[in-house]
Design a protein around this ligand. Structure first.
Ligand code: PCA
Length: 324
């Protein structure tokens, strides 16, 4: 068969056009490393979206703050530098205290309570984000937060003057109320911060403790179960609206699945990661009565302070949660 140049050009053009339509690439910055269960879950989410859209939307995950550092992720999505990203919700506490409702000590300190709190707060938080043209896709909690030290903590007095690694306003405030000296350090920087003596203790989950090999620089984990902070995935609303409806639906369906899967994975993490820490020689203990009492006092102070800052919306939210 004789193929004319014109015919070839038409074929080539249609291939190009098909390819252009076939793939939209979305770069997705996330703050935590590849082995972390949030990252694993998000990669699965990206894969689900790819499968459901036959490759029409290709979400490329850039983990561990490699594309954009954690403190910049939200604004990068808002400004449209990237269409989608993950961050810890309570990082936005300085914008609005409502975003750290999940980090008020003992307000919701197990998975059932955390889920109820999420149901009670989800719409309100989504509306706050919508004002910035951000669409909230899903949120997944970290396992309950505890205290890592290189000495036993019996009463809490041991924490005075200790340089304590923090990651949000609540962990900072809790450290201060115990007389410790908080310093914000992102997860990828934890080993260096301990290695160089910038910090000597930290508040975080069994997950992050195990992922950062806490046994290399610490000896004790107190499973205080203070709160379960959540990570969330947000999308730039304009970028979302530009997608064909079928792709938008695929994202929303994958998000529902990711949220379910993420909560289950988080629950499974707690025991699995505590076991890994014990295998590596970390002494894991439950808080003593004296420590519980002190933590509850500090928690009450923090809740009162939060309620003052969060105003009538915060009060209504806590009431709605407690009425559930
Ligand atoms: N890990 C993250 C947030 C809470 C957690 O368990 C961190 O330590 O920064």
């Amino acid at each position: 068969m004789k193929v004319s140049m014109k015919h070839l050009a038409a074929v080539a053009l249609s291939v190009v056009v098909a390819n252009v339509q076939a793939e939209t690439k979305w770069d997705m910055p996330t703050p935590y490393g590849d082995s972390n269960f949030h990252t694993v879950n998000i990669r699965e989410f990206a894969e689900d979206v790819g499968d459901a859209t036959d490759g029409e939307l290709n979400i490329v995950v850039h983990s561990g703050g490699s594309l954009i550092k954690h403190p910049e992720i939200k604004n990068s999505v808002r400004r449209g530098l990237v269409p989608i990203g993950e961050l810890i919700m309570s990082r936005l506490a300085n914008e609005d205290p409502l975003f750290e409702v999940d980090s008020v000590p003992y307000l919701a300190s197990n998975y059932d309570e955390a889920w109820e709190l999420w149901l009670a707060s989800r719409d309100l938080l989504a509306q706050r984000l919508e004002r910035q043209r951000l669409k909230l896709l899903f949120a997944v909690p970290w396992p309950p937060q505890g205290i890592y030290t290189s000495f036993p903590v019996e009463t809490g007095k041991e924490l005075r003057g200790v340089k304590m690694r923090a990651y949000n306003k609540s962990s900072e405030q809790l450290a201060e109320l115990f007389g410790a000296v908080p310093t914000q350090v992102e997860v990828p920087d934890i080993p260096t911060a301990f290695g160089t003596g910038r910090v000597d203790a930290m508040i975080t989950s069994p997950s992050t403790g195990a992922n950062t090999r806490a046994w290399d620089y610490l000896t004790h984990f107190n499973h205080a179960q203070l709160w379960l902070p959540k990570n969330m995935v947000v999308v730039n609303a304009r970028a979302f609206e530009r997608l064909p409806e079928s792709v938008q639906n695929a994202i929303e369906t994958a998000a529902v699945e990711a949220e379910k899967r993420g909560w289950e994975a988080s629950k499974a993490e707690t025991e699995a990661k505590i076991a890994i820490m014990e295998e590596n020689g970390i002494v894991v203990s439950e808080p003593s009565e004296a420590l519980v009492q002190r933590l509850q006092e500090v928690g009450a102070t923090m809740e009162k302070d939060w309620l003052e800052r969060a105003g009538s919306d915060g009060k209504a939210l806590v009431e709605a949660y407690r009425a559930r």
